[in-house]
Design a protein around this ligand. Structure first.
Ligand code: ADQ
Length: 479
């Protein structure tokens, strides 16, 4: 079996302090590498003065971690700038928040080249390279230009919007068309894969062999949907064990027999936190009998705080929490408990299991692992109810959840009421249906399916691999 070299912006080298960081990508890659011992390459998380960047290699538990530092300017332009102020909002359908800068785009392309230079030194001819997420869209192109002919796959953890939105990105072809240098490009849902296929067909007039195989010059690129799963049995076990542990018990006893609703999200505008809190406020206003009887716990570790939009959002959400608590709270009851810190997976599992409902209402989300973790951690005899945004990738599998439009506060408030009043047999039926679907797509299957598809031959092309007019022009423009 060939070695798998995983590449992502950030590498989570296991730390001696056992610190927790909230982030879906790290969770799934850690679990993939636990089973498929290989190499994990990416940024160390350290920024240093230009010229002082170091590359380090650490072996642990059969995995080789190779990390590189970034200079402060590279980090600013590539990560804070182009990746997080341009690509993240556009790919989450938020044109209003996207800020384009040619300088940041140049920094983004430069860091991808730098990653390619540093990674190439460690590659063996039969390595399978698996690149992750929007920070590294052009990495395969940079590697190919350095003569790397290995199988290279790419997986996008976040949504991929339709071409009408994508083409608002100035010089989009320089970044997006770089994806055609991969052998396989994976998305969370078929809808995301369709959007990329439409971009290649309509915008780039690229020839295709079928709806999922495109002919890009002399290369062939395949697309596919590979919805990310979670470690189902592990979360089930954690939920069973930890709801009995001291911390979860302490939280439950502090509720004084009130029902708990939970929300767990990184602090990000894509998660729809402000609208969610206003929907909860609407619920309290419409259903006075629940006042004093339900507590909504929102666990939200800060992320990307040095980006202006994030700092502003943090302030607005704190204001909303203050307003709702001031308006409806009592000396003996706080409607919304809002905490900005990460917790271990076992504590989260215990809290999920102790909550009658989960509010997972992102405005747009690639998948959303919290939705799946909540379901897995429930007690099958007395399960809680998942309220899930129809705009999360997880909604495709989680049809048995209460699906809502997160922009519709009345509908979300009504779903909260429905969840809290739902009879036990309906809760069990919905939970059973969710567990069945999610167990069929455990994270283990996800990694295996992707790597197996990547290593399969694409089959002989039915048409010769010749670029035709427009695609050739486009690929040249993308140089
Ligand atoms: P994220 O946007 O980070 O992931 P999500 O899928 O919900 O979002 O994953 C968050 C992870 O962090 C979960 O495993 C959760 O348990 C953990 N987490 C959240 N809050 C935490 C806290 N307070 N303490 C500790 N852990 C916490 C990106 C995409 C998603 C996609 C994933 C995986 O944006 O759409 O599902 O990658 O592909």
């Amino acid at each position: 079996m060939a070695r798998v070299v995983v590449v992502s912006n950030r590498v989570a080298v296991p730390s001696s302090d056992g610190g927790v960081r909230a982030g879906g990508l790290e969770v799934v890659l850690r679990s993939f590498l636990k089973r498929n011992q290989g190499v994990w390459f990416g940024w160390s998380g350290r920024t240093v003065a230009k010229g002082e960047e170091k590359v380090r290699t650490v072996e642990q538990g059969g995995v080789t971690y190779i990390t590189t530092d970034l200079s402060r300017i590279d980090h600013q332009e590539y990560y804070n700038g182009f990746a997080n102020r341009m690509l993240w909002p556009i790919l989450h359908y938020r044109l209003d928040l996207a800020e384009f800068s040619s300088r940041d785009m140049a920094g983004y392309l430069r860091v991808n080249e730098l990653f390619a230079d540093r990674l190439k030194k460690f590659l063996k001819p039969d390595d399978i390279i698996w690149v992750h997420d929007y920070h590294l869209l052009p990495l395969a192109k940079a590697l190919r230009e350095r003569g790397v002919e290995n199988k290279i796959g790419f997986f996008l953890h976040i949504p991929f919007p339709p071409p009408e939105l994508l083409t608002c990105l100035p010089k989009h072809e320089r970044v997006i068309l770089g994806l055609c240098h991969y052998d396989l490009v994976g998305f969370q849902t078929d809808g995301d894969a369709d959007n990329f296929a439409h971009y290649l067909t309509k915008e780039c007039l690229m020839p295709s062999r079928d709806s999922r195989t495109f002919i890009a010059g002399t290369r062939m690129v395949r697309l596919g949907a590979f919805p990310v799963g979670i470690e189902m049995t592990e979360f089930e076990r954690l939920g069973r064990r930890t709801s009995r542990l001291a911390f979860a018990r302490e939280v439950v006893s502090s509720l004084a027999d009130r029902t708990m609703i939970i929300g767990v999200d990184r602090l990000d505008y894509s998660k729809g936190l402000g609208l969610r809190m206003r929907a909860f406020e609407h619920f309290l206003s419409e259903h006075p009998r629940w006042r004093g009887a339900v507590t909504y716990l929102q666990i939200t570790p800060r992320s990307r705080s040095d980006i202006r939009e994030y700092a502003e959002m943090e302030r607005r959400i704190s204001e909303t929490v203050g307003r709702v608590n001031g308006r409806y709270g009592e000396a003996s009851w706080t409607p919304i408990r809002y905490v900005n810190r990460p917790y271990s997976r076992s504590v989260l599992a215990g809290l999920y299991r102790s909550s009658r409902a989960a509010l997972v209402t992102p405005l747009r989300d690639g998948m959303n692992l919290v939705a799946k973790e909540y379901v897995a951690a429930q007690d099958a005899e007395d399960p809680g109810v998942l309220i899930l945004s129809r705009f999360a990738g997880a909604a495709v599998e989680c049809q048995a959840a209460l699906l809502v439009n997160p922009y519709d506060q009345e509908a979300v408030a009504a779903a909260i009421h429905e969840a809290l009043s739902m009879p036990l047999d309906e809760r069990r039926a919905r939970h059973g249906a969710l567990i069945k679907v999610l167990s069929e797509n455990d994270v283990k299957h996800w990694g295996e399916r992707f790597v197996t598809t990547l290593t399969q031959p694409a089959g002989a092309p039915s048409a010769p691999l010749q670029p035709i007019d427009n695609s050739a022009t486009y690929l040249a423009a993308a140089e």
